[in-house]
Design a protein around this ligand. Structure first.
Ligand code: HEM
Length: 500
């Protein structure tokens, strides 16, 4: 009896995890390229790309190299899911028009992270998302954010001067250093306070969040998670699972108290003076009478969401821009000369630094931390560029492939900022450059990211002569983002005359 039961269970398992996915895989592979291996196709392919080329995404980045191939998509499997990576510009318009309606974030990887960022903007859909986006948007308009520039400059100056004063200028891990600044900026832009002096169990708040994220990320690799999902982790069968859940809950309630007291402080100021001096998300919510529409836990979820959306991304963008500039003497001297020239003319704004802006855009094109959308589950059959995609398939928009398509960009795999200054990129088609996504769920923080990138890059090249590690080999793997495996270490030498 038990034998038959096991046999039937095995049969059902084989059908749902092997036979059915393989049939669907074959159907879609006709539209492009593909790779199938029972259960772990995506892992295996990315791993082998990493081993061979030092870049997990290599195969998707190069899929358009031969335009005669007419590839449109790359099909893979993971677990029982079939995943389609959209790699052609022709498919982007339809994809982004369905986002948030017939496409919802797939929870295979992300459900564990929801334990920290709950139902903030990224994970919300429908009316809830619409209302929140409307309430938060004014705080992310460029004109409003411009008022934060001097506070951001102060955060950056303090962080760099601290390194200079402590003489910590050799082998500086610049991603960590910049992450410290971008996390202060996110707290500041949300609460009007960078929370620098507050510690949770001996860690700064940014370090505590990083610790939680990295533990959650490790759990996603556990067999139990792959089979039963995040519910299994929350059950707390193992000690390390219980410990993490407790740490997470304590951290959330600690942070909730900080938010409550900041909110009360700003509300009091508003009641007493009719205004709030400090520009930040909270003050906009209070001034526009929206604060009562959000619970304290909604505020916490969104602060965590902004932290996750806005720290790693921005710090990787800036560190990679420094890395690329330092690979080429001409780019390096152009950047430094531009910074020095700008300092002599106070009438200019940082937007008037053409070469530096081109460096940022080119880094976003070729490396962009958001050049792959979240995996999205199809909730009902849809048409993407005249191809029917069935319900339950997982779709990802592979912006990386479009950003490196030789039919759109000349010499697409080369870092060449000049393309953004000469006429080359004047008439790019729609969806040819979308590092911050597109459509209604695009990145709310893109102006903040660009302002930070300009300020931090400017200060680095103003304060320091930057020397990269000799023989460094860039290898890209996924953490929360695609990121360099070996730390980006630089020697910094102060340019004495430039430091007041
Ligand atoms: C270089 C820096 C950044 C890049 C490349 C980037 C990229 C992106 C991308 C591609 C998306 C869409 C994700 C998807 O749906 O698949 C997104 C969404 C989002 N980003 Fe950013 N981002 C950056 C910085 C920021 C900053 C500084 C913040 C806020 C402080 C932020 C907050 C968000 C939020 C809240 C969403 C979700 C928006 C919604 O669903 O309505 N991001 N970002």
């Amino acid at each position: 009896m038990i034998f038959y039961f096991i046999l039937i269970a095995l049969g059902i398992y084989c059908y749902y995890y092997l036979v059915k996915p393989f049939k669907i895989f074959n159907k879609y592979k006709k539209q492009g390229e593909g790779f199938f291996f029972p259960l772990i196709g995506e892992f295996l392919l990315q791993n082998s790309c990493f081993e061979k080329f030092g870049d997990v995404d290599y195969i998707y980045k190069h899929i358009n190299d031969n335009p005669a191939n007419q590839k449109k998509m790359f099909v893979e499997n993971i677990g029982k899911n079939i995943k389609i990576k959209l790699t052609s510009i022709d498919m982007m318009k339809d994809f982004y028009s369905y986002l948030g309606d017939k496409l919802t974030i797939d929870t295979f990887y992300t459900q564990n992270f929801k334990r920290i960022f709950g139902n903030g903007l990224i994970f919300s859909q429908g009316e809830r998302w619409k209302n929140m986006r409307k309430m938060f948007s004014p705080a992310f308009h460029f004109e409003y954010l411009k008022n934060l520039s001097s506070s951001i400059e102060k955060i950056v100056d303090n962080a760099l001067l601290e390194h200079i004063n402590q003489d910590e200028l050799q082998n500086v891990n610049i991603i960590n250093l910049i992450f410290d600044m971008t996390s202060q900026v996110v707290f500041f832009s949300f609460l009007g306070d960078n929370l620098q002096d507050i510690k949770f169990k001996g860690k700064s708040l940014a370090q505590a969040i990083t610790h939680i994220l990295s533990a959650l990320s490790n759990q996603v690799m556990e067999l139990g998670y792959l089979v039963f999902g995040a519910k299994y982790l929350k059950l707390g069968i193992f000690k390390q699972h219980r410990e993490l859940e407790n740490y997470l809950q304590e951290f959330k309630s600690f942070f909730l108290d900080i938010i409550k007291s900041k909110k009360e402080e700003l509300q009091k100021e508003f009641q007493e003076t009719g205004d709030i001096q400090q520009n930040c998300v909270l003050s906009i919510l209070i001034k526009e009478n929206n604060i009562q529409n959000l619970s304290d836990s909604d505020l916490l979820d969104n602060l965590m969401t902004f932290f996750i959306g806005g720290t790693d991304t921005t710090s990787h963008l800036i560190a990679m821009a420094i890395y690329y500039v330092c690979q080429n003497e001409h780019f390096y001297s152009m950047t430094q000369k531009e910074v020095d020239y700008y300092k002599q003319d106070k009438s200019k704004s940082m937007q008037d630094l053409p070469f530096m802006n081109a460096v940022i855009k080119e880094t976003l094109r070729i490396y962009g931390p958001g050049n792959k959308s979240f995996d999205q589950k199809v909730t009902e059959d849809i048409m993407i560029n005249n191809i029917k995609i069935e319900k339950d398939i997982v779709l990802t928009s592979y912006v990386n492939s479009v950003h490196r398509d030789p039919q759109i960009y000349k010499d697409p795999h080369t870092f060449r900022p000049q393309r953004w200054i000469n006429q080359e990129t004047n008439d790019l088609p729609s969806y040819a450059f979308i590092p911050f996504s597109s459509g209604k769920k695009n990145c709310i923080g893109q102006h903040l990211a660009m302002i930070e990138a300009r300020i931090i890059l400017f200060k680095f090249f103003d304060y320091f002569d930057i020397e990269p590690q000799k023989d460094y080999v860039l290898k890209i793997k996924y953490g929360l983002l695609p990121q360099p495996v070996n730390p980006l270490l630089f020697n910094l030498k102060t340019r004495q005359n430039n430091i007041d």
